[in-house]
Design a protein around this ligand. Structure first.
Ligand SMILES: [Zn+2]
Length: 263
């Protein structure tokens, strides 16, 4: 489907407006999105740095300048806060994730990687087209995996050195070139905590638009080995009883669902 970028007066019913990693809402509890008037004001005040619409999905995605104050009657909420249990399966949240990923992708793909010409939107599908050498680029998704390791009634959780280092969570990492997701699971576990696992089972997936990850969630059973930390990545890792857990990620993340046994 094409992206529409030349019809400012023909806005779609849903408006996803982003700034930094936040989304603009009129009421976050009901995910009340801004109305047409707010959108018009954003254009009038010339704070829009990019925008597009997808008629098939009936939304307009708008990126504002960094650190833009929220228009009257609206507030910024972190995009991550949409990923809560109450919003599971909510199509509007999925569209918001898509809108955000595509805006990031458009920003990254402004110029043709082959000849450096300013890329345009393709007229027939969601792609960027180089008017000079005709190269075409499609939105990409980056596969990553997250895994919960089980040993009887215990699970292995780790505290990371840099990201979110106040909580214990599952091991996770990107899937590398040439790997299957299961091979990535085995490799990451071995690299980060030094143990071997078996019975690797795919559980579910979650789009994680920061900017374009697809998180594939697995469970695996402990097989052998002692915990040996990859010290530049992992601060500490322990076996925890399922009924006696430390501080873990927030509800809504796939990590939370894995750890709490929700899935
Ligand atoms: Zn080109």
């Amino acid at each position: 489907m094409p992206m529409i970028t030349n019809l400012k007066n023909d806005l779609m019913p849903l408006h996803y407006i982003f700034c930094n990693y936040s989304i603009l809402v009129m009421d976050s509890d009901k995910l009340a999105l801004p109305d047409d008037e707010v959108v018009q004001k954003c254009f009038e005040h010339q704070v829009v740095i990019d925008w597009f619409g997808e008629p098939e999905y009936q939304y307009t995605a708008i990126a504002l300048e960094d650190d833009c104050p929220a228009p009257k009657g609206c507030k910024w909420v972190p995009i991550r806060s949409l990923f809560v249990k109450a919003n599971a399966g909510n199509t509007e949240v999925s569209r918001a994730a898509r809108a955000h990923s595509l805006l990031k992708w458009r920003k990254k793909k402004r110029y043709c990687p082959k000849c450096g010409t300013l890329m345009l939107d393709d007229e027939r599908e969601t792609a960027r087209l180089c008017p000079k050498c005709k190269s075409k680029l499609y939105p990409s998704v980056t596969p990553a995996m997250i895994v919960l390791i089980e040993k009887g009634d215990e699970i292995l959780l780790a505290r990371h050195v840099e990201r979110n280092n106040d909580i214990f969570t599952c091991l996770a990492g990107f899937i590398e070139a040439g790997e299957s997701a299961e091979e990535a699971v085995r490799r990451e576990i071995h690299e980060e905590v030094g143990i071997e696992v078996e019975n690797i089972r795919y559980i579910t997936s979650q789009a994680w638009p920061f900017p374009d990850q697809l998180m594939l969630a697995f469970k695996a059973s402990y097989k052998s080995g002692e915990i040996v930390l990859q010290e530049d990545e992992i601060e500490e890792a322990h076996w925890f009883k399922k009924n006696d857990l430390p501080a873990i990620p927030k509800e809504g993340s796939v990590a939370w669902s894995l750890i709490t046994g929700e899935i």
